[in-house]
Design a protein around this ligand. Structure first.
Ligand SMILES: [Zn+2]
Length: 445
């Protein structure tokens, strides 16, 4: 079985950190150069897709192997080729009328970072160019190029400290390591694909199922077949996102004619995105930890139900989609789920949110704020009800009787149980699984 260990890593010194940053930055620069060459060829007049393979990767490898080491330079180039191949595959599917799985026009691979924010620090390391030692003081050692070693007067591989314990410490082999700087919480992270033998299972994993309803006022409403319900409240975050959007619009209206941007506007955009990303990232981790502890191995996600209510204006819908960055959230959830060996599937269930769980009607129910009511007498929390209905549709397992839902609020750092939860403490998640990130401090304050 293929599984992934994802962990935070920390350089042992300031010089080590600078070296690591240079390595990640040079990798991003190489990625951008090859992407640029391929984009030029892709967009050229004759429109022949095969042209992208004519980019001069040999000379790029020669240029970057001093900093990165030959194997890492090759891996970055190879990963870029894989991204192009995936893009061509998607494009074929998109143009294939008998295939309905790709609905958005695919985009060619993009650049890492932009002019304003600088390059996105990220690299990829071949399976034999790094070692991981698990233990009381786990560490990662990676190969670096001779130029960087000279620049920092460093010898041998670069050693990094690993925080926390892996989900899959026993494996038969390791794959290509991804290593990047996560700006949402100012932490270096790595993900290590591993092959584990089929009889290895991370302990709690059973065959329970969970379903998530995604919305704006409640970011996630979740029901599990074990009878747990979780609600991550989003009102305040959504409100702040809208406030910042309004402030951006106000500043834009005051710009001189012909100008569309200013440093202040760019800063607000970045702040808005960072805040959203940080909350989403933390939500994924918090939720998956809980689901893992419940023995869930399958998660279904429904798409943005409360947004599709007809009384919402087109403008509000657009803003909500912008706020949610649904695709990005889904990818984040899938990545985090992979660490636990949990599968994720997206199903669009536009109408689930209106269905009465008691009599099955969809057109006689009324939703007022968070409450769904039906003439048959049913009354319940709309999003939690939607996630429960959604779950029942996708599982043949019996859903156990529901415990009282647990509500979570975001305080800019953590999702913590809201006082509105009124839930006996002992029913909370197993505390041993809570501090997954070990002692790496969050940089955002
Ligand atoms: Zn009803």
């Amino acid at each position: 079985m293929k599984r992934t260990n994802t962990f935070a890593v920390r350089p042992l010194s300031d010089t080590g950190e600078q070296l690591l940053r240079d390595l990640l930055d040079a990798s991003a620069a190489l990625w951008n150069e090859v992407t640029y060459q391929r984009l030029m060829r892709y967009n050229d007049a004759d429109g022949f897709e095969g042209d992208v393979w004519d980019a001069d990767t040999g000379s790029l490898e020669g240029q970057y192997k001093g900093a990165l080491g030959a194997s890492t330079a090759q891996q970055v180039l190879r990963k870029n080729s894989e991204a192009w191949r995936a893009f061509f595959r998607l494009k074929d599917q998109y143009h294939d009328e008998s295939n309905t799985s790709v609905t958005d026009h695919p985009e060619p691979p993009g650049f890492r970072g932009n002019e304003d924010d600088g390059r996105q620090l990220k690299t990829v390391i071949r399976n034999d160019a790094y070692t991981v030692a698990w233990g009381e003081r786990s560490r990662l050692e990676i190969l670096v190029g001779s130029e960087l070693k000279d620049r920092y007067d460093h010898t041998g591989r670069l050693r990094l400290e690993i925080a926390g314990d892996p989900n899959w410490p026993d494996y038969e082999k390791q794959g290509r390591l991804d290593l990047w700087y996560d700006e949402t919480d100012c932490t270096f992270r790595a993900s290590q694909p591993v092959t584990v033998s089929d009889d290895t299972r991370a302990t709690p994993l059973a065959d329970e199922t969970a379903a998530l309803d995604i919305g704006a006022n409640n970011l996630v409403a979740c029901t599990t077949t074990t009878g747990e319900q979780y609600l991550y409240e989003g009102r305040e975050l959504f409100q702040r996102f809208r406030d910042t959007t309004r402030e951006i619009a106000r500043l834009q209206s005051k710009l001189e004619e012909g100008r569309y941007n200013s440093e202040r506007i760019r800063r607000l955009y970045r702040k808005r995105t960072r805040r959203r990303d940080h909350a989403q990232e933390a939500l994924c981790r918090d939720l998956l930890k809980r689901l893992y502890a419940e023995g869930v191995d399958m998660v279904y996600i429904g798409g943005l139900t409360d947004v599709l209510d007809t009384h919402w204006s087109v403008e509000t819908n657009a803003k909500t989609h912008n706020f949610w960055a649904f695709k990005q959230f889904t990818e984040r959830l899938v990545c985090t789920a992979e660490e636990y060996g949990i599968s994720v599937e997206v199903r669009s269930e536009a109408w689930t949110s209106q269905e009465c769980p008691q009599c099955g009607t969809t057109d006689r129910t009324t939703r007022q704020q968070d409450t769904l009511t039906c003439p048959c007498g049913f009354e319940g929390h709309a999003d939690l009800t939607a996630s429960a209905t959604f779950l029942k549709r996708h599982t043949e397992q019996a859903v156990r009787p529901m415990a009282r839902p647990v509500r979570f609020e975001w305080d800019d750092h953590n999702w913590s149980e809201s006082p509105r939860s009124h839930r006996p403490k002992e029913q909370r998640t197993d505390p041993s699984t809570v501090h997954y990130d070990g002692n790496v401090a969050s940089g955002e304050s």
